[in-house]
Design a protein around this ligand. Sequence first.
Ligand SMILES: Cc1ncc(COP(=O)(O)O)c(C=O)c1O
Length: 410
Amino acid sequence: MADIFDKCIRFKRQSQIVSAADRAVAESTLFRQAPVCNAGPWIDCSGRRVLQFSTNDYLGLAGHPEVHRAAQEAVARYGINFPMGARPLTGNTALHEELEQQIADFKGTESAIVFCNGALAMMGALAALAEPRDLIILDRYAHASLVCGARISGARLRFFRHNDLDDLRKVLREAPPEQARMVVVDGVYSMQGDMAPLPEISDLCRHYGARFIVDDAHGTGVCGANGRGTAEHFGVEDRVDLHLGTFSKALATIGGFAAGNRDVLAYLRFTAPTLLFTKAMPACVVAATMAALKILRGEPERRLRLWRNRKLLQDGLTAAGYDIGSTQTPITPVQGNGTDAVYLGKALYQDFSIWANAVLYPAVPVGTSILRVIPTANHTQEDVAMLVDAMAALRRDHGAEVHGVAAAES
Ligand SMILES: Cc1ncc(COP(=O)(O)O)c(C=O)c1O
């Protein structure tokens, strides 16, 4: 008789992640222990001073004393575990409502809800908004949490080719007119670093009567003159029907949000399973997030430093012969085949004490890998130059043979 656990044994045996030869390399990369260290660009790895380009701490707020102080004061006052309950019961405090008000104000929407993390915001919103008779249309590269929420909803799912407007138009045109539909995209794609063409997608949504939902996990704090995100960058904030986001990137805490129309948010408050059936965000995280949001809004120079570093880094890597794909944001994916990026990451660490993450399947297609390099506002120009020089030296000394990373020209 079939055993529901059979798949676990099959998974253990198969070498589907990468080719058999590279499997050991992949296994020593995924889920390896990260050093317990500070959050800054310079970290202490068991006594070794290491320069890191591996977090989404875009604005450099993870180590900010004001953010730490807000959390510490809240812990001193309430402990780490307050409130001890789910939002509809004992978990709804004035602090939570204040943060929600601040998010709505920041995003320029009528209302907002805070979830315990970003993935729960994405899942809960889609799971609650769509029903089995509805249609959810997702970009092929939409974040896994969106796909998960879409599946939980039981709605019909269709995917369009990544950022392909013709394909999206075709999917919309084919949808039965009586079927309520929504189009769901990431504002910035977390592995590619490119943006969704929000103005064109919102035009299509209007034309074909679809609601438009944007997960701006990587755009919030990073894109737009005021850091309000990808929709601000494109000038289409009021054409997005529901803004989703996370606190775990530019805001450097943990949590997520949905922001939009009052009625929709009121509905989500009573129906999103990932809000209703889980303990509320701890007050210390709420306090830290409010402190981080205040800095995000009050110190636009952080965003300018981030984008300056992005340009230095991406110009430098391209000049050194690396292919960084089609990124439009600080996310810098150095393209590789097989496990190239793992070798490159190891060489950077061993020879230059620089840490950048290699990313493998399932985050990128089977048979490819990327070295995902992310500058922050706290890196100095010298830090960025150090990385570019190290990468250029690796390429010069070893070339594509050793590290296998495809040159832009090859
Ligand atoms: C596009 C996108 N959406 C959602 C999430 C989930 O956010 P969180 O880590 O806060 O759960 C992430 C995080 O990796 C992401 O990149």
